[in-house]
Write a protein that binds this ligand. Structure first.
Ligand SMILES: [Zn+2]
Length: 128
Protein backbone atom coordinates (compact mmCIF):
# COMPACT_ATOMS: atom_id res chain seq x y z
CA UNK A 1 0.00 0.00 0.00
CA UNK A 2 1.56 3.34 -1.01
CA UNK A 3 2.34 5.78 1.81
CA UNK A 4 -0.52 8.09 2.71
CA UNK A 5 -3.13 5.88 1.10
CA UNK A 6 -5.51 4.04 3.37
CA UNK A 7 -6.54 0.48 2.60
CA UNK A 8 -10.22 1.32 2.98
CA UNK A 9 -10.05 4.12 0.38
CA UNK A 10 -7.54 2.89 -2.17
CA UNK A 11 -5.95 -0.52 -2.07
CA UNK A 12 -8.07 -3.59 -2.59
CA UNK A 13 -6.58 -5.78 0.09
CA UNK A 14 -4.00 -5.96 2.86
CA UNK A 15 -1.22 -8.53 2.79
CA UNK A 16 0.14 -9.54 6.18
CA UNK A 17 3.09 -11.73 6.98
CA UNK A 18 1.97 -15.06 8.33
CA UNK A 19 4.22 -15.23 11.36
CA UNK A 20 2.82 -18.46 12.71
CA UNK A 21 5.75 -20.54 13.83
CA UNK A 22 8.30 -17.78 13.35
CA UNK A 23 9.59 -18.32 16.87
CA UNK A 24 10.63 -21.82 15.89
CA UNK A 25 12.05 -20.84 12.49
CA UNK A 26 14.13 -17.80 13.27
CA UNK A 27 17.16 -17.23 15.43
CA UNK A 28 17.49 -13.58 16.31
CA UNK A 29 19.74 -11.38 18.31
CA UNK A 30 18.41 -10.60 21.74
CA UNK A 31 16.84 -7.15 21.16
CA UNK A 32 14.80 -8.47 18.21
CA UNK A 33 13.83 -11.56 20.16
CA UNK A 34 12.30 -9.34 22.81
CA UNK A 35 10.25 -7.56 20.14
CA UNK A 36 9.17 -10.80 18.53
CA UNK A 37 7.85 -12.24 21.76
CA UNK A 38 6.21 -9.08 22.99
CA UNK A 39 2.45 -8.80 23.14
CA UNK A 40 2.44 -5.67 20.97
CA UNK A 41 4.06 -7.49 18.05
CA UNK A 42 1.14 -9.92 17.78
CA UNK A 43 -1.39 -7.34 18.83
CA UNK A 44 -0.51 -5.22 15.81
CA UNK A 45 -1.38 -8.04 13.40
CA UNK A 46 -4.63 -8.73 15.22
CA UNK A 47 -5.48 -5.02 15.22
CA UNK A 48 -4.84 -4.64 11.47
CA UNK A 49 -6.96 -7.72 10.76
CA UNK A 50 -9.77 -6.38 12.94
CA UNK A 51 -9.75 -2.94 11.34
CA UNK A 52 -9.56 -4.38 7.81
CA UNK A 53 -12.55 -6.66 8.46
CA UNK A 54 -14.58 -3.73 9.76
CA UNK A 55 -13.74 -1.74 6.62
CA UNK A 56 -14.61 -4.69 4.37
CA UNK A 57 -11.01 -4.99 3.17
CA UNK A 58 -9.78 -8.55 2.59
CA UNK A 59 -6.69 -9.66 4.50
CA UNK A 60 -4.34 -12.09 2.82
CA UNK A 61 -1.64 -13.74 4.91
CA UNK A 62 1.52 -14.69 3.06
CA UNK A 63 4.66 -16.66 3.75
CA UNK A 64 7.35 -14.08 4.61
CA UNK A 65 10.28 -16.44 3.97
CA UNK A 66 13.22 -14.63 2.30
CA UNK A 67 11.10 -11.53 1.63
CA UNK A 68 13.92 -9.35 2.96
CA UNK A 69 16.37 -10.91 0.48
CA UNK A 70 14.17 -10.91 -2.63
CA UNK A 71 14.19 -8.03 -5.11
CA UNK A 72 10.73 -6.56 -5.68
CA UNK A 73 11.73 -5.56 -9.22
CA UNK A 74 13.35 -8.69 -10.66
CA UNK A 75 12.75 -11.35 -7.95
CA UNK A 76 16.48 -12.12 -7.68
CA UNK A 77 16.91 -13.52 -4.17
CA UNK A 78 20.23 -13.49 -2.37
CA UNK A 79 21.49 -12.78 1.13
CA UNK A 80 23.91 -10.19 -0.31
CA UNK A 81 20.99 -8.04 -1.53
CA UNK A 82 20.36 -6.97 2.03
CA UNK A 83 23.47 -4.95 2.72
CA UNK A 84 22.32 -3.58 6.09
CA UNK A 85 19.25 -3.39 8.29
CA UNK A 86 18.00 -0.39 6.28
CA UNK A 87 19.51 -0.79 2.83
CA UNK A 88 18.66 -3.11 -0.04
CA UNK A 89 20.71 -3.23 -3.23
CA UNK A 90 19.81 -5.95 -5.73
CA UNK A 91 22.86 -7.87 -6.92
CA UNK A 92 20.87 -8.90 -9.98
CA UNK A 93 19.42 -5.68 -11.42
CA UNK A 94 21.11 -3.03 -9.27
CA UNK A 95 17.97 -1.39 -7.91
CA UNK A 96 18.52 0.29 -4.54
CA UNK A 97 15.88 1.21 -1.99
CA UNK A 98 15.01 1.05 1.68
CA UNK A 99 14.97 -2.57 2.80
CA UNK A 100 11.55 -2.29 4.44
CA UNK A 101 10.00 -0.74 1.34
CA UNK A 102 11.43 -3.49 -0.85
CA UNK A 103 10.17 -6.21 1.50
CA UNK A 104 6.71 -4.66 1.71
CA UNK A 105 6.47 -4.67 -2.10
CA UNK A 106 7.54 -8.33 -2.17
CA UNK A 107 4.87 -9.20 0.41
CA UNK A 108 2.23 -7.20 -1.48
CA UNK A 109 3.01 -9.14 -4.66
CA UNK A 110 2.86 -12.46 -2.81
CA UNK A 111 -0.51 -11.41 -1.39
CA UNK A 112 -1.70 -10.57 -4.89
CA UNK A 113 -0.53 -13.97 -6.14
CA UNK A 114 -2.41 -15.75 -3.35
CA UNK A 115 -5.51 -13.68 -4.10
CA UNK A 116 -5.33 -14.18 -7.88
CA UNK A 117 -4.82 -17.92 -7.50
CA UNK A 118 -7.91 -18.11 -5.32
CA UNK A 119 -5.96 -19.99 -2.72
CA UNK A 120 -7.20 -20.08 0.82
CA UNK A 121 -5.53 -17.49 3.02
CA UNK A 122 -4.42 -18.71 6.39
CA UNK A 123 -5.27 -16.07 8.93
CA UNK A 124 -3.52 -16.51 12.24
CA UNK A 125 -5.84 -17.05 15.21
CA UNK A 126 -6.70 -14.05 17.39
CA UNK A 127 -5.07 -15.56 20.46
CA UNK A 128 -1.48 -15.29 19.19
ZN1 LIG B 1 16.60 -6.90 -8.86
Amino acid sequence: MPPGRSASRGARAVALEDLTGIRRRVRLRRPQRVTLHSWSFHQLGAFITYKAKRAGVPVVCVDPAHSSRECAECSYTHKANRISQASFICQGCGVACHADRNASRVLARRGQNVWNAGRKSHVPPDNL
